[in-house]
Design a protein around this ligand. Structure first.
Ligand code: NAD
Length: 477
């Protein structure tokens, strides 16, 4: 597919292009224009007009258009899923799952469009005030810049664009240069469903160039960003006075308590699935597992046994369980981190080999020192670290030994341990008897510490994407 930018409904091609590759075998999937500062400026010009046109739509109109977009997306599920697999390298099963979730995210955004409201303000509750009535309402911000990562180019874009449009804003989307084609299709679906073409713009190219220009544009009222901590920090230092929502990285921890023996098959399988889904490239992938000493060896045996049943290979084949990572550089980095851990004393008990430029075996590493990058960083690859602990207190301490705090999990039958863990672990979400990778699209979702600022989930994103306007009437005369 020859990709293009969408600015004010017009398809913009450029001579200078970036190739999009199928990560599994590096074959060319398509191209996108290498956008620049001028493209970002034109897209914001269009979005300003788009914001004016959005004001003509009622809440019911925005609900209807988003619902229609969800239906169109649903009808084109397989075509979109295939493109997702080719751009991201995730399996076709995973891509179909992402399309289903994106349909749901748009539907949830549509529903929320009907519920955006303020409430009455009691002005006369202040001393000496009489005869004043009024209310506050939530109004859209204007132009919102949406910058998205490579791993969920469809659903994560819906998490930004759905609530933004539901609330009456216009958007300029800057997708990842690795995975922009699906996002262009999504924008076209939103316009086909009925949004003004000027309200849904897509600019493509490198983050440091076209993305940075979008961030620096003073007319953009908010940047909603999902990506790495490093990029998030650069964006906040470059963007100046505007609102920011930051959905950043993590190295999620999960604890398996000593009372889990009877369901260890279930728990170990769940944890491995949470580590190896999308080849570990999920912001809430299970990365650090802490298992009670009492059942550590049993846990490892079962986890290894399950992991060996996973079918690794071409993500376009229906039976494949795990595909490739996004590119050669990512695979190089992941292998380097594994080697670093092993030289520091960790032990590989499963996997550990590179099967091709971009395919790494699902890998389980035990006894990992706490100062190596496999423990301290975000591996974003198919690697699970499993270490022993002796109590829930020690597990809490180890889970918190991280600069990140997106989600965490605990498997236990002990109500007190569950409450203690959920109270003391520093994370945006705690999953009890569930893996940290659990997310449904309506729940409040986001991180603490370096995992981010703000919450997504359409209801919560709409709060971030609107501001309060207070209206007061004097009825004394
Ligand atoms: P990334 O930070 O490299 O890039 C994300 C986006 O930012 C891309 O579109 C990129 O082009 C753009 N960008 C890069 N530099 C920029 C700049 N200077 N100015 C403006 N834009 C710029 O992230 P990635 O490798 O695509 O995605 C992986 C990361 O995303 C991981 O850290 C992962 O945890 C995180 N992530 C977080 C969540 C969440 O909800 N918290 C979800 C998915 C992914």
């Amino acid at each position: 597919m020859k990709g293009y930018m969408l600015i004010g409904g017009e398809r913009i091609f450029k001579d200078k292009e970036i190739e999009i590759l199928f990560p599994y075998d590096n074959s060319v999937v398509g191209t996108i224009p290498d956008g620049d500062e001028e493209d970002a400026r034109r897209a914001v010009d269009a979005a300003i007009k788009g914001f004016e046109r959005m004001k003509e739509l009622t809440a019911y109109d925005r609900y209807s258009i988003l619902s229609k977009a969800a239906r169109i997306l649903s009808n084109r599920s397989y075509e979109i899923a295939e493109l997702l697999t080719k751009e991201v390298g995730k399996t076709i099963k995973e891509s179909m799952g992402e399309v289903g979730r994106a349909v749901n995210t748009l539907t949830l955004s549509a529903e929320e469009a009907k519920r955006i409201a303020g409430e009455e303000v009691n002005f006369d509750a202040a001393p000496g005030i009489r005869g004043k009535v009024g209310f506050y309402r939530r109004v859209p911000l204007g132009v919102i810049g949406c910058i998205t990562p490579f791993n969920f180019p469809l659903n994560l874009t819906c998490h930004k664009v759905g609530p933004a449009l539901a609330a009456g804003n216009s958007v300029v989307i800057k997708p990842s240069e690795n995975t922009s084609l699906v996002t262009i299709k999504l924008a076209e679906i939103l316009i086909e469903a009925g949004f003004p073409p000027e309200a849904v713009n897509v600019i493509t190219g490198y983050g440091e160039k076209v993305g940075d220009a979008l961030v620096r544009d003073e007319r953009v009222r908010m940047i909603t960003f999902t990506g790495s901590v490093e990029t998030g920090k650069i964006i906040m230092s470059r963007g100046g006075l505007k609102k920011y929502a930051m959905e950043l990285g993590s190295n999620a921890g999960v604890y398996v308590d000593k009372d889990q023996s009877v369901r260890l098959d279930f728990v170990s399988e769940k944890i491995c699935r949470g580590g190896f889904a999308l080849a570990g490239q999920v912001c809430i992938s299970v990365q650090r597992v802490f298992v009670h000493d009492y059942l550590f060896d049993d846990f490892i045996n079962r986890a290894v046994e399950f992991t060996k049943t996973l079918k690794i290979g071409n993500p376009l084949e229906e039976t494949t369980d795990m595909g490739s990572v996004i590119d050669v550089q990512a695979a190089d980095r992941i292998m380097e981190w594994i080697e670093e851990a092993v030289s520091a004393g960790a032990k590989i008990v499963c996997g550990g080999k590179r099967l091709s430029d971009t395919v790494i075996e699902p890998t389980i590493v035990i006894n990992v020192p706490e100062d190596v990058r496999l423990f301290t960083g975000e591996v974003f690859g198919p690697v699970i670290v499993v270490n022993r602990v002796k109590s829930v207190d020690e597990a809490i301490e180890k889970v918190n030994l991280s600069r990140y705090g997106l989600q965490a999990g605990i498997f236990t039958n002990d109500l007190r341990a569950a409450f203690k863990f959920s109270k003391e672990v520093e994370a945006g979400g705690i999953m009890v008897n569930e893996i940290p990778t659990f997310r449904v699209d309506q729940m409040p979702y986001g991180g603490v510490k370096e995992s981010g600022i703000g919450r997504e989930g359409p209801l919560f994103a709409i709060e971030e994407m609107t501001e309060i306007k207070t209206i007061c009437f004097d009825i004394n005369f």
